[in-house]
Every structure is written in structure tokens, then in C-alpha cells.
Design a protein around this ligand. Sequence first.
Ligand code: 13P
Ligand code: SF4
Length: 354
Amino acid sequence: SPSDPDLVERARAAKEKLGDKVFVLGHHYQRDEVIQFADVTGDSFKLARDAAARPEAEYIVFCGVHFMAESADILTSDDQKVVLPDLAAGCSMADMATAEQVAECWDVLTEAGIAEQVVPVSYMNSSADIKAFTGKHGGTICTSSNAQRALEWAFEQGEKVLFLPDQHLGRNTAVRDMGMSLEDCVLYNPHKPNGGLTAEQLRDAKMILWRGHCSVHGRFSLDSVNDVRERIPGVNVLVHPECKHEVVSAADYVGSTEYIIKALEAAPAGSKWAIGTELNLVRRLANRFAAEDKEIVFLDKTVCFCSTMNRIDLPHLVWTLESLAEGNLVNRIEVDKETEAFAKLALERMLALP
Ligand code: 13P
Ligand code: SF4
């Protein structure tokens, strides 16, 4: 079983043998059995910075998903090796924007005569190819903790933004945080000719949102919010900005995973919270804060793990650490040089945001 004491001991021993040669990063959505071995935990923004701040570690073991490991490889030096304990840990949202689709979209914008006014802003949750496209066209990466600052920066560079691949983070930031209207946003559907938009619609839009979403956060609905308010009078509803606009509009607070943790740390004893994000994190927070008399529940009644995040389990971590300790480099994630150069440009623009 995953909590098998033998596996725990093997992971501990392998990590000890590797010493400073290995640095283990754990995203907040990882399982408890994995998080216990993380040297640092964080949201995707914090982990990107933490990876870059460890030049002495030969191996960066990234307990998270593929796009995060790619970003870590881009931001670390060439002789550091980034390792993903299960290569099948992808992200369905990142897969919703391919390099070919995005190149085609740029052709559509060019034909509509607006490409020169458009600055791409890509969510961290995208492949290295999409990050490279973004860097090549003068854009920046953002995460859920700095999306507003990234958009403000982008609107200083150009008149329109192409936001990839999460429509919800793009719409929620533009409308909720920056005072744009829903009519300022159009939805580009990569499966339709011209994205399903007319040249006129593209010319009128301020935000061109890519039609991608997170299947985990997409499960929360307005009903989930209304139900929990009925069930728990006085509850504070706190959700991640990958949730649908109607959910974010009905919530009391909205923020990244790191923001969610800070808000709960600052919450007074006796307060009640319903959290709309991934279940591993919500359960961990509920346990952690129970002792401080803060009641924390999951926003929806249906189970909502991220299945790809959950692929990284203790057996995979043990196998990875033991392989590295024996000198076998397994599951390395390596972005090719040309992609890396342009993707790095976009990531560095993000890291330089005020
Ligand atoms: P953050 O870590 O930026 O909050 O993003 C959540 C997420 O979905 C990561 O895959
Ligand atoms: Fe991707 Fe959503 Fe899972 Fe994050 S929670 S890795 S965005 S599918």
C-alpha cells in the first residue's frame, strides 16, 4: 500500500544517500505520502522560482505535472537534471493548446489585421512549445498568483491580449480584477475554422481567450456554491481562479493555491470555509486547521482529485529516488535548446514583473 512503512523507509534512505545532490519539489495538489518528502511545497509560481534557486542540486525531482517539470528545466542550468517521477503525469488543460493550433490562431489574427496589436499571455499550465510561441511574439507567462500583473504589463505593450490556454483564468482576471466587461472577451475555439470568430469580432475584442479549461476546477458550479451556503450558514467561499466565471462571481474570495493557504492561516478561530480547488490540498488544510477550530470543507460533494497529479505516488517516488541514488538517470524532462531559449524569454518576463 502507498503508506507502506517499508516504502517510506526506502524513500527516506535513498534521499539521505543522495543528500544535497537532490532537491524535491512538491506542488500543493500532490498526495500526502509524496508531500512528506518534499524539500519545498508551493504553487506553480513559487516552485518555478524555487527550482531556479537551487543551482547546487544535480537532480531536481519535480512532484507535479509535466509542464511544471519543463518550466523547471528551462529555468535551471544545463547540467541540472529535472526528473518527473511518472512520465504520464500530464495536464489536460495544457494539452488543449498545441503548437500547431496556436500557430494557426496567429495566422487567423494576422489575416484579421490585428496580430501586431496582440500580446500573448500564457498561463504556466502550458507546454514549453506554447511558452516559446509566447516569448517569440513578445508575450509573457503568468500563473494564478500574478495574472493581473501580467495582463497589466501586456496592455502596456499592446492593445489586445491572446490568453492561453485557460479561458477561465483569463476571463476572471479581466472581468473580476480589471474591470473589463464580458463583451470585451471573445472565445477562440481551435476546433473551428477561424476559431469560430469573425474578423470583426476579433477587431472589437480586448481579450481573445483560448477555449481551454481545467477539468478538475470545471466541476464546481453555481449550485455547489448555493448548496454549501445553505448547508453551512456563515461559510466563506474561497475558490481558485480556474473555476468558471459564475462560480468565481458567487464566491467571497478568489486566489491561487498559495493565496488559499495564506487566507486560511490568517482566518480567525471559529470561522467556516468552503474551498473550491483540488481535494488533496483541501483535505490537508482541513486536517491542519482543525486544531485551530477552523472548519474547512470541500466546495462540492463529488470527489475531485486531479488524476494526473495523483499519478505521482509513493511507489513512483521511491523508484525515482532509488534509481538516482544508484546512478541511473530516469524520467528526465529536457526541453530542446531552441524551444528553451524562447520559452525562457517569456518566463523571465514573468519573473521580472513588478
Ligand atoms: P497554482 O499552483 O498556480 O495555483 O495552479 C493550480 C493548478 O492547477 C496547477 O496545476
Ligand atoms: Fe491541469 Fe487542472 Fe490538474 Fe492543474 S488541476 S494539473 S490545471 S488538470
